[in-house]
Design a protein around this ligand. Structure first.
Ligand SMILES: [Zn+2]
Length: 481
């Protein structure tokens, strides 16, 4: 008996080894079979070949996971309306999004159209040219959430496709294909074995983890099924859902790529390499690529402010000019995921992290460093050494977060803040957002007069006048409405 099992097992192993030698061929053959079924289900190759342009109007509900006013769930929900347009032949892509939530005010657009490509801010009424427009990079996110266009990719890039296997989704058997697009990691596409509709996709993106989509509610547009909604999951946690209100195929698209005439053209955004700016005696703003920290020299130590990406490199640049003073304190402005990254770096420096009491837990949970020391601030705390005075003040609540630590140097009237104000380029002031207005009101309430404003996401040191001009612009807009 035992021998018999052995023989069966042996032949089983043998067969797996033999097929393993042909695994590539088997996978490619099976993928072709599935692709053929899928193309048929999506209207056939003729229709899909002729599918050149698509316009989708949508309503999105974004869950502000780790980006809400409170440190934990339930997360704030932000509603956005917008549309996207793609034209493969002309290599044009446009998208725009307008916030419908009171908490946020924005209305932005991107136009990718060769040398007439722009980043548009409809609130500020400005258009800034895109120096190196890239059709496929810009359109990729739209293609990835539009199953019919992914099927078009399967037709064109079938040579990259492998069959990954079968999987169960909601109790139904699915064939899973792996597609490699022109850019980005491979995507796993889950097609229902009966309907051949795409119900799910997944890919692993370095810094985020597992990004997944669920598609549903298919409706045919000129014979091609289009999904009426999708949900986005980051590491299996729901992050947003989108309802497609209207889908049009092969419409005329010229209206989408034309700049509105009243837009003011502003200079293109410049590359922003890591650099150190001396703002005042012993006060530095160090950063690049959208994240910055402030460093203040005290008698025998340094106070660091801000917790965004790249703190370690920013500290290294500080040590070139302040080599002999350790960082004693690192102030984290608030609990949002992109503002607590510095916790780990400060702990490694042996510095004490200063944070709002309400944010202590989130910060502790985010670092693996057991030596992390946190001192919490309830309303404010003052640090003095020599003739330098540094105030850490909780100016919350604002539209952005319930607690927000700012760091203020009363002598120089310099303030560091995060997420409430910033200039994209010198002199390019946008109308104040609800968060900016809340920030300005909090400054007034706390009797803080500012000359210079340093921001966690801005390379440019703004002035108190810039803030006033943003408030005036918002007021003018409101009176025009
Ligand atoms: Zn934030």
């Amino acid at each position: 008996m035992r021998e018999k099992i052995f023989i069966i097992l042996g032949s089983f192993l043998l067969s797996t080894i033999v097929s393993a030698q042909n695994l590539t061929q088997q996978s490619v053959d099976k993928a072709r079979e599935v692709i053929d079924q899928v193309i048929e289900a999506y209207g056939g190759s003729e229709r899909l070949t002729k599918l050149n342009s698509v316009v989708v109007k949508f309503e999105t509900s974004n869950l502000a996971v780790n980006q809400s006013r409170k440190p934990g769930p339930p997360w704030d929900e932000n509603r956005v309306v917008g549309s996207s347009m793609i034209d493969f032949e002309k290599q044009q892509f446009t998208t725009n999004a307008k916030s419908m939530s009171e908490r946020q005010e924005f209305s932005n657009g991107t136009i990718i159209n060769g040398d007439k490509s722009y980043q548009v801010d409809y609130r500020a009424n400005t258009a800034s040219p895109i120096a190196e427009p890239n059709f496929i990079n810009s359109a990729g996110p739209f293609i990835r959430v539009t199953p019919a266009l992914l099927v078009k990719q399967l037709m064109q890039r079938g040579y990259t496709v492998h069959y990954l296997g079968q999987a169960d989704v909601d109790g139904r058997a699915h064939d899973v294909l792996s597609l490699v697009m022109e850019v980005g990691p491979a995507i796993s596409l889950y097609f229902d074995q009966k309907t051949h509709m795409l119900n799910k996709s997944e890919r692993v993106v370095g810094t985020f983890g597992l990004i997944g989509y669920r598609f549903g509610d298919y409706k045919k547009v000129d014979g091609i099924p289009f999904n009426q909604h999708f949900k986005l999951f980051i590491n299996e946690e729901n992050n947003m859902k989108r309802q497609n209100i209207h889908t049009q195929i092969n419409p005329t698209t010229t209206e989408y790529t034309q700049l509105k005439q009243n837009l003011v053209q502003v200079s293109a955004t410049q590359p922003d390499p890591l650099r150190r700016q001396k703002v005042s005696d012993g006060v530095y703003l160090i950063g690049g690529s959208g994240t910055y920290a402030m460093f203040i020299e005290m008698d025998d130590h340094v106070i660091a402010v801000g917790g965004t990406a790249g703190i370690t490199e920013r500290i290294a640049l500080l040590k070139e000019v302040v080599p002999n003073k350790p960082i004693k304190y690192g102030v984290l402005t608030h609990h949002h995921s992109d503002h607590i990254l510095g916790g780990q770096a400060y702990a490694e420096e042996g510095a004490v992290v200063i944070a709002a009491s309400a944010h202590e837990k989130v910060i502790r949970d985010s670092t693996e460093n057991k030596k992390l020391k946190i001192e919490t601030v309830n309303k404010n705390r003052t640090f003095k050494s020599g003739d330098r005075e540094v105030r850490v003040i909780d100016i919350g609540p604002t539209e952005h977060t319930e607690h927000l630590l700012v760091v203020y140097l009363p002598e120089e009237a310099i303030i560091f803040e995060a997420d409430h104000f910033g200039l994209r380029s010198a002199g390019n002031v946008s109308p104040a957002s609800p968060a900016t207005r809340a920030f300005a009101q909090s400054l007034q309430r706390n009797k803080i007069k500012v000359k210079l404003i340093l921001s966690a996401h801005s390379a440019i040191v703004a002035s108190g006048d810039d803030l006033q001009s943003a408030l005036d612009k918002a007021k003018n807009m409101a009176s025009k409405d």
